[in-house]
Design a protein around this ligand. Sequence first.
Ligand SMILES: [Zn+2]
Length: 276
Amino acid sequence: MDDYYMLLKPSPKALHKESKDDFWVLFYENKMMLINKDGKYIIPRLRDLLDLNIQPDHVQCIGEFLGLNCFCGEMDRRVETKNIEYLDLWTLSKGDKQIYTLAMKGNLFLNWLKLNKHCGVCGSPTYIKDSFYERALVCSKCGNTTWPRTSPAIIVAVTKEDRLLLVYNKQFPERKYSVVAGFVEYGETFEECVKREVYEETGIRVKNIRYFGSQPWPFPNSMLIAFTAEYLDGEIKEDGEEIVHAGWFTKDEIKGKYDESISIGTRLIEWFIETH
Ligand SMILES: [Zn+2]
C-alpha cells in the first residue's frame, strides 16, 4: 500500500501542546468540511474553527499529522461561507490521498463513538479512556471496555490459466463485474472464508491461496483482506441470490467490465491484467 497511510502517527491523546495550527477533521451529516482555497481543498485548522465559532461534538484525537495534533469531531450545525464545502467519503476517495486517509479515520472513530455512547452490558454512559496507547471506551458504571471494531471481509482473484473469475452482484449494479468478496464468519480463518465464499457464490473450489494485501474500507467499517487463488475443480453455478452471473474472462475480455476505483478489488484485477 502507498506510504501515505504512514504519514499519520495514531494516538488517542494529543502528543503536542494544543496549537491554532492543529488539524481538524470535521463532519456534518457524514460529510467532511473542507476549505476550498483557490480550487484546492485544505483541512481546517483550529484557528478556522475559532473564526467560524464552531464547537464540535464527539471530539477525539486521531494522532499526529505533519508534526501537529489532528483531531476529529462532529459539527452540530452546517456552517455556510463561500469557501467551505462538504464532501462525502466516496467523493473524497477519488481525490487527495492524505485528505481521504484522514477523513476515513475520522469517520470511523466518530461512528465508533456514536454507536458506543452507552455500555452494551448495563446501558450506562461510557467515557474515552485516558491513555496515550489505548483507544477505548469505558463504562462509567460497570467498567466494561469497548475497543474500535472492524468487520473483516475477504476479496479474492481466482485464476484458471489465462482467465480470471468475475462475478456480477445484483446488489451493486453500478459497480459492474468484480472479483469474489464476502464477510468473514465468526470462528473462520481468512483462508477458510476464501474457500467458502468462492464455492458459495460460484460453485468453484480453489487452491494455492496467497495473501495479496489489505485495505481499510469505511463503506462501512470493514477491512478488506485480499488474496489470489487458483482454480482446483468445479463447474460455475451462481448462487442465484447475490450473484446473478459468474464467468471466466481473459484480460482482453475484462476491459470496460470492471469499476476502476480505489478499492483493492480493482488492484487485484489490474494485477491479473499485468501478469497474464
Ligand atoms: Zn456498563
